[in-house]
Design a protein around this ligand. Structure first.
Ligand code: XUL
Length: 524
């Protein structure tokens, strides 16, 4: 039965999901992760990254290659899989991070020795040993320079989908070119993490896919091509150093002889890799408008698909479906929930009980900015309480979680005008009491999705889509995701009509307080 492999290289781990599809049979047959800190301690990462001075955060590109090598060994040796049936491979990666290859890289990639591990053979191909990643916040100066050169932050957002952001690839490249001109001169290719890993599979330069290209401040969002004026505002001769942009569903190569010989794998098609967020869109089954996904993770995210850019969200990316993906990020997610819960010495059952006891918190509100916040911009961390003090355990707990849900619901209007249904994912989505607050606040059904690794699943589904396209078999995205991302009936939480009107009113008060307290300087 045909198999499709999706790989996700996130900040902390590399995950592979294999799906089997034929007729009505649609199932996940392999799902494994490698953790960078635990499984590759020799690289000395913490949470998959290395923190430097002055807000610099980097990761070793050789570590990602090492993880890819070990994961393909696991796939090839899995007793559950008949790998001869592997038809296509795609992937996704943490967005914005960049990998710098020198002019020798092409030759090294073409002549890899299959009896040797991958990573040591790559030791001579990097013009920059460490890759800046999305947690890096060291490029404020470059952002301002790019903004000035292109006529303001709004103009950059209209052109590329986001205002100049410190973690985005363009400002990172600008900093590298200015601070290390010799190493930049020795750079023949700047890849994203996604296109770098795809290049390792195909042993040739992989293209950049528009969804991930949207996270660079370099791509014309509407045209899906490099914007020459953005390139000029970023670094000298950048056009020659970037791979081409190619559509998400266009196969660009085959699994190279290195992998075929090393692990007896077939010549599977290689499909462009995208960013983890656009990949999750497919992996959560969001292929239509008016459905919002809320991911409750370390930070919380809300995203939705539209046929035209929504315009007011923090970021607009291209979606693998050819539409637009609008995304808003909240830095105060699970980290804030856990800290407040522990400060009051409560377990999650007790939190659930308190949430159910007095929905609406008797009208009292809390602005949940334990850490600095990007939505809305808050540079001075600290909870803001209205009508109660920090000793009131119940009101603090309800205020925090209801405040977070109201913020998400209010800002979700920027990613999708109308929302008919919410899909909840991420670690905290297992908490039914939180989902009940979410349903009451949004006033629509909330479906919890059981998919654990939505980015890797999205990649496997994209591999399937591209394989079908290549055989000229027209296939809809609905058919692609069906059987993998359908909500389970037991996982639906419906709003309680008694509370919906009350929250609608509270949301207005909350929005007013938020406006009064937010900072003026934008934080990306
Ligand atoms: C999105 C972003 C993160 C990374 C994490 O803009 O920076 O979600 O993609 O993997």
């Amino acid at each position: 039965m045909p198999l499709y492999l999706g790989i996700d290289c996130s900040t902390q781990s590399l995950t592979a999901v294999v799906i089997e599809i034929e007729g009505d049979t649609r199932r996940v047959v392999f799902n494994q992760s490698l953790n960078f800190d635990r499984d590759f301690p020799e690289y000395g990462t913490k949470g998959g990254v290395i923190y430097g001075a002055d807000d610099e955060v980097q990761a070793p590109p050789a570590m990602w290659a090492d993880a890819l090598d070990r994961m393909l060994a696991r796939v090839a040796q899995s007793a559950e899989l008949d790998v001869d049936d592997l038809r296509a491979i795609s992937g996704s990666a943490q967005q914005h991070g960049s990998v710098y290859l020198n002019p020798r890289a092409q030759e090294v990639l073409r002549t890899l020795n299959p009896s040797r591990k991958l990573a040591p053979q790559l030791s001579t191909i990097f013009s920059r040993a460490q890759s800046p990643v999305w947690l890096d916040a060291s490029t404020a100066k470059q952002c301002r320079e790019i903004e000035t050169a292109l006529g303001g932050a709004d103009r950059v957002a209209a052109l590329t989908g986001s205002p100049p952001c410190e973690r985005f690839t363009g400002p990172q490249i600008r900093k590298f070119a200015a601070e290390h001109p010799n190493a930049y001169a020795d750079t023949a290719r700047v890849h994203l993490v996604s296109s770098y890993l795809a290049s390792l599979l195909a042993e040739r330069d992989a293209p950049i896919e528009p969804g991930d290209g949207s996270g660079m401040n370099l791509m014309d969002l509407r045209e899906e091509r490099w914007s020459q004026e953005a390139l000029d505002a970023t670094a000298p001769d950048l056009a020659a150093r970037l791979p081409p942009i190619r559509p998400s569903g266009e196969i660009f190569g085959t699994l190279s002889p290195y992998w075929q010989k090393r692990y007896s794998l077939p010549a599977a098609a290689i499909v462009p890799w995208t960013g983890d967020n656009p990949s999750s869109l497919i992996g959560t089954g969001i292929i239509d408008e008016r459905v919002a996904a809320v991911s409750l993770g370390t930070s919380d995210t809300v995203f939705a698909l539209t046929t035209e850019p929504a315009g007011q969200s923090s970021h607009v990316f291209r979606a693998p479906t050819g539409d637009f993906m609008n995304l808003v990020c909240f830095r105060n997610g699970s980290l804030a929930r856990e800290r407040v819960r522990m400060e009051y010495g409560l377990d999650w059952d007790r939190v659930a009980m308190l949430l159910e006891k007095a929905p609406g918190n008797d009208g009292w509100l809390l602005l949940p900015w334990l850490e600095i916040e990007s939505t809305p911009p808050i540079a001075h961390a600290g909870l803001r309480r209205f009508g109660f003090d920090r000793f009131d355990v119940e009101r603090n707990i309800r205020g925090l979680i209801e405040g977070q849900m109201m913020a998400i619901a209010n800002h979700a209007a920027a990613v999708s005008g109308t929302i008919d249904r919410v899909i909840a994912t991420g670690g905290a989505s297992v908490n039914r009491a939180i989902l009940q607050v979410m349903a009451n606040v949004f006033g629509v059904d909330v479906d919890r999705l059981d998919v654990e690794n939505s980015a890797a699943l999205g990649a496997a589904l994209r591999a399937y889509y591209a394989d079908r396209l290549a055989t000229d078999e027209a296939i809809s995205w609905k058919t692609v995701v069906s059987g993998f991302t359908d909500p389970q009936s037991g996982n639906r939480v419906s709003p309680n009509p008694k509370h919906v009107a009350m929250y609608a009113e509270l949301r207005r008060d909350y929005a007013m307080l938020e406006t009064l307290h937010q900072d003026r300087a934008p934080i990306c």
